[in-house]
Design a protein around this ligand. Sequence first.
Ligand SMILES: C[S@@+](CC[C@H](N)C(=O)[O-])C[C@H]1O[C@@H](n2cnc3c(N)ncnc32)[C@H](O)[C@@H]1O
Length: 174
Amino acid sequence: MTASGRGGPVLDDRLETVLSLIRAESHADIGSDHAALPLELVRRGHIERGVIVELNPGPLENARQAVARADLGDRLDVRSGDGLAPLAPGEVPSVSLTGMGALTMRGILERGAARRVHPDALVVQPNDNPAPLREWALGAGYHLRAERLASGYWTYPVLRFERADGPDPAYDGL
Ligand SMILES: C[S@@+](CC[C@H](N)C(=O)[O-])C[C@H]1O[C@@H](n2cnc3c(N)ncnc32)[C@H](O)[C@@H]1O
């Protein structure tokens, strides 16, 4: 994330790319820290309302303060917890995880699936090789619908998966 001189965060290419792949009535951002992504999702009309989940107290406070400063507390609900645990099954159709390792994300998704939290759409931006997320998605009934590379400190992969039946055509012939 980069800070704008005119107030309000401006997204860097990494989070801008993630934002471009999200459109939903409601959406949860897991491990949000500064809440830059969900704030922009609401401001630009990509989502109507959202849930922000944070595991750690410092980032949780960052998210609470950012939402309060933006006066968006009526549309963004900040919750403390591990991954998808604060979400009820079927509560949100769309989820993002950004800025973590792929194995950490896969653990979050596996624990969520064990609680029957299966969002229709998942947008993930791991900081490393996304292979563990591709493998998880193949086994969990998701198809790869979009894939981008974002520039930044590293080149970041950004993937959008959607729940769908049958084999994933994205990997036909591979
Ligand atoms: C490097 S920051 C990324 C922040 C933001 N998503 C971004 O991409 O700029 C990772 C965040 O994920 C949070 N986190 C790590 N594991 C988590 C979990 N199991 N559940 C919720 N949040 C988690 C950390 O507290 C931290 O704030």
